[in-house]
Design a binder for this molecule. Structure first.
Ligand SMILES: Cc1cc2nc3c(=O)[nH]c(=O)nc-3n(C[C@H](O)[C@H](O)[C@H](O)COP(=O)(O)OP(=O)(O)OC[C@H]3O[C@@H](n4cnc5c(N)ncnc54)[C@H](O)[C@@H]3O)c2cc1C
Length: 418
């Protein structure tokens, strides 16, 4: 049994803790906040089996100028964040080259394949603990509107997904309405339907359920913010978290974008940047039975316990900057168009995704720092990849090499070796 500090109690840190406890290790989960209240609180709730293409591609680069020029753009780059984006930016451009894109996509397809099986098994295990059902298993839709995609182009997209091993059908407008009568017919061109996608009824319930499963012998939650970590001469690590000093054998960094500051203090710089996303919870009752996304605007309307959540948009900006209220109104406007009626907003939220240039998370041993493991950079897929992240970290702690499908995730790829 090893004593391991896991820093960060989001869905990634909780899943890592769960996998480590399952192997009999003693876990100190360090976070000043209650579990799951960071970015993991506000996501769209999709176990995104369909997300098999990294963002860095020639297609994205071609579309970017037009996307940035739109008045109702879903993507924004804060000029004040440009210096932090420099290292990310040039790597993003390199990752978009066709050969690199093909390699990263193949890595992502293999990772998603493993991750979905693990995430479904974890959801089923937690569901068996009792309480409200955590998820729906009736798929999701991605609609196209306003002539943005012809029927044949939609069929080609569906065929690409099927070639990636993902169940997917191209639907005509009448079939979309058959599944989700709330979706407005006006301008509706059809949809991609992913029948095997699962979605959460409430992301916070998943974090809380995982936390409950952790409680007991061998688990402690240290409610403090880690300010510094340093290697001990005798091996292991010393953490300073407020008044608390913690000596442990291993550390796993799962603090999201805050990992950057902790790593930089050790002289390590990884090109992981803050890519914020927003959501609004609707007061307007909508009888949706599964998540409905709108491809052009990259957002989802997900039915959750408290109502429908409209979640998405991409904003590269400093993590602590005040939210841009126009993004909330934009989400509500898109929702009103998608459902063909005005919508009332109950709550608004903003959170920080931690994103890498190649669209793959950073999971692995930090070179030159024995006993220090990182797990972040999950971008749009932290929920989807969380159980697999836990499994990989537990393997690393046991001294196993990353398996083939996960070799591409090592931090070494950004530090000069792969
Ligand atoms: C709008 C939006 C929609 C999304 N939709 C989806 C989706 O449908 N499917 C999907 O798979 N993913 C989705 N994501 C991405 C997903 O939500 C994230 O990848 C995931 O929540 C990241 O989890 P995390 O545990 O790494 O980070 P977090 O949940 O942010 O947790 C990090 C934790 O670290 C703690 N922390 C920070 N600094 C310190 C410190 N110094 N010491 C101790 N603790 C610290 C914080 O308090 C926090 O609790 C979405 C994201 C957004 C923004």
């Amino acid at each position: 049994m090893t004593t391991i500090a896991v820093i960060g109690a989001g869905i990634v840190g909780l899943s890592v803790s769960h996998a480590l406890r399952a192997r009999g290790h003693s876990v100190r989960l360090v976070d000043p906040e209650p579990p799951g209240e960071g970015t993991s609180f506000g996501n769209a709730g999709l176990v995104a089996n369909y997300a098999t293409a990294p963002m860095a591609s020639l297609e994205t680069l071609r579309q970017l100028p037009a996307m940035l020029a739109r008045r109702d753009r879903s993507i924004a780059i804060d000029p004040g964040y440009t210096p932090a984006l420099a290292n990310f930016g040039w790597r993003f451009l390199r990752a978009a080259r066709p050969a690199s894109f093909a390699r990263h996509k193949a890595d992502l397809v293999r990772l998603i394949d493993q991750a979905i099986a693990g995430q479904h098994a974890l959801l089923d295990e937690l569901d068996e603990l009792g309480g409200e059902a955590l998820y729906r298993a009736n798929g999701c839709l991605q609609v196209v509107r306003d002539g943005s995609c012809s029927a044949s182009a939609l069929e080609a997209k569906a065929a690409t997904k099927r070639a990636d091993g993902v169940a997917c059908e191209a639907l005509a407008p009448a079939d979309v309405r058959g599944l989700e009568p709330e979706v407005s017919t006006e301008g509706l061109g059809g949809a991609l339907y992913f029948p095997e996608t699962r979605s959460l009824r409430d992301p916070l319930s998943l974090s809380r359920r995982l936390y409950r499963a952790l409680e007991g012998d061998g688990f402690t939650h240290v409610a403090a913010r880690v300010e510094a970590l340093a290697p001990l001469a005798t091996g292991g690590w010393r953490l300073q978290a407020g008044e608390t000093r913690l000596d442990v054998e291993r550390v796993v960094l799962c603090a999201g974008i805050a990992n950057n500051g902790l790593l930089q203090a050790l002289g390590i710089r990884l090109p992981v940047v803050s890519e914020r996303g927003y959501h609004v919870m609707l007061e307007t009752p909508l009888a949706l039975s599964r998540p409905v996304g709108w491809l052009t605007h990259h957002f989802y309307a997900t039915p959750m316990q408290e109502g429908v959540r409209l979640a998405g948009t991409t904003e590269f900006c400093p993590p602590g900057k005040a939210p841009n209220a126009r993004r909330w109104s934009r989400l509500a406007d898109w929702g009103a168009t998608l459902f063909g009626r005005p919508v009332e907003v109950a709550h608004e939220w903003v959170g920080v995704r931690h994103s890498t240039p190649d669209g793959l998370p950073v999971i692995g041993q930090v070179p030159g720092h024995p006993g220090l493991i990182v797990a972040y950079g999950h971008g749009h897929l932290g929920l989807t990849l969380s159980a697999e992240t836990g499994r990989l970290v537990a393997g690393l702690v046991a001294g196993e090499q990353l398996p083939n499908h996960a070799r591409a995730l090592s931090p070494q790829r950004f530090l000069g070796h792969r």
